[in-house]
Design a protein around this ligand. Structure first.
Ligand code: GFB
Length: 384
């Protein structure tokens, strides 16, 4: 007889705690609470500890259930440029109800569905920040568009389909402004994603990334999944890929200037230096990613970028890196190399509507931090 009332008390305690989590489903348990209860049972099964509802209630306290309702945030591509930015930003702005898991390509092959499923089974994420992708600069894309398309299509389909299967509450995927049509009016905004072919230099990557927006729309409309995406402009910062042929422009320039300064050699900029880009610092982008994961509720994408006025030429970007190294040597423009897309000027009005006061790190300061990080970690701890 005794156990019955204790069980009732425990159930009341459980429902009490779960009511903290707001509206309930037909069983009187809301999704996070239901998930907490499922995890609670699994916890006792896995730890071979007696399950309170079957034996005694002593071992289970409200704190225990609070712990069980934490956001488990899986960051795919967690060891890369933006992944490390999110690590830094989440440490600078920690939340009690958030636990981050930074996944690297060493942990799982996300082009393989079963390998990806094991990740979801192991970590049971409630939220996913999906950064993992085959990425590269202009020259890397130009020579491998097919691989960029096929590999990214496989990764994105595996991550989103398993996020739906494992009832992940929210997925924020990372696109890029290079996905927008090459022939377009400027500035570019979020409504233009599918308005025509992207630039020929990176059509593989661009179409695969556009398909994330297509899948988000489908998962949202057909299954009510809160899957959304962000569209950053060119990102730079510590932990980037500094391989000269595969990298993006700023890591390429940083690598070259480090060597030219050390060895007193002329500095070569590829192309004419006239192409124009908007650059966002990885740590700033990461702060915005956390805001999107925590507070942005639209399935439609949002551009994460500095303003149009902050667009600069490749020459000006190279001058900023040269200032970062105090380089005063000879400059060469190798015009046998392509300039790629002349510009992809993006409008950040939608972002400014939500975050009118967001402060971006001054460009020269962010470049200096990146140069200093590279010099400190070159050559052993940088991707070359
Ligand atoms: O970052 P980036 O490689 O790619 O920038 P995109 C290329 C521009 O920088 C071209 C000039 O105008 C190049 O001529 N550039 C000058 C250099 N020196 C260098 C150098 O040492 N290395 C490199 N890489 N460029 C990419 C897309 O386009 O943007 C990707 O292909 C992705 O898919 C990325 O979206 C964000 O900005 O042209």
């Amino acid at each position: 007889m005794e156990t019955q009332t204790q069980t009732e008390r425990v159930l009341f305690q459980v429902f009490g705690v779960l009511s903290i989590f707001g509206k309930r489903n037909r069983l009187g348990l809301d999704p996070p609470g239901l998930r907490a209860l499922r995890r609670h049972h699994r916890h006792h099964r896995e730890h071979r500890t007696p399950d309170l509802l079957t034996v005694s209630q002593a071992s289970c306290s409200t704190q225990h259930l609070h712990k069980m309702a934490k956001k488990i945030i899986l960051v795919t591509g967690g060891s890369g440029l933006v992944g490390n930015g999110i690590r830094i930003a989440s440490e600078r702005d920690p939340r009690d109800d958030e636990q981050f898991i930074f996944l690297s390509s060493k942990d799982a092959d996300l082009t393989d569905k079963e390998s990806t499923r094991k990740v979801f089974e192991k970590h049971q994420p409630t939220h996913v920040i999906h950064l993992a992708a085959k990425v590269g600069g202009l020259y890397g894309n130009m020579k491998a568009n097919l691989e960029f398309f096929r590999i990214n299509m496989a990764i994105n389909d595996n991550v989103l389909s398993l996020a739906k299967e494992f009832k992940v509450e929210k997925v924020v995927s990372c696109l890029s402004t290079c996905i927008f049509p090459d022939k377009t009016t400027y500035p570019i905004d979020e409504t233009m994603v599918h308005n025509g072919p992207p630039h020929t230099s990176n059509y593989g990557y661009s179409y695969a990334k556009r398909m994330i927006d297509v899948m988000n729309k489908g998962y949202n409309q057909q299954h009510g999944c809160k899957f959304t995406s962000v569209i950053p402009t060119n990102v730079f910062g510590p932990h980037d890929n500094f391989n000269l042929e595969e990298s993006h422009v700023i890591p390429g320039l940083v690598h070259k200037l480090h060597v030219c300064t050390q060895e007193n050699k002329p500095f070569t900029v590829w192309g004419t230096g006239k192409a124009r880009r908007q650059f966002i610092y990885s740590v700033d982008l990461a702060r915005l990613f956390l805001w999107v994961m925590r507070s942005y509720d639209e399935p439609e994408p949002i551009i994460l970028s500095v303003a149009e006025e902050a667009e600069i030429s490749i020459k000006e970007a190279a001058e900023a890196v040269a200032r970062g190294y105090g380089f005063t040597g000879e400059w060469i423009y190798d015009t046998t190399r392509s300039d790629g897309q002349f510009k992809k000027t993006a409008c950040n009005d939608k972002l400014r509507k939500y975050l009118p006061d967001f402060k971006f790190t001054p460009f020269d300061e962010a470049i200096k931090e990146t140069c200093d990080w590279f010099s400190k970690n070159y050559p052993d701890n940088v991707r070359l």
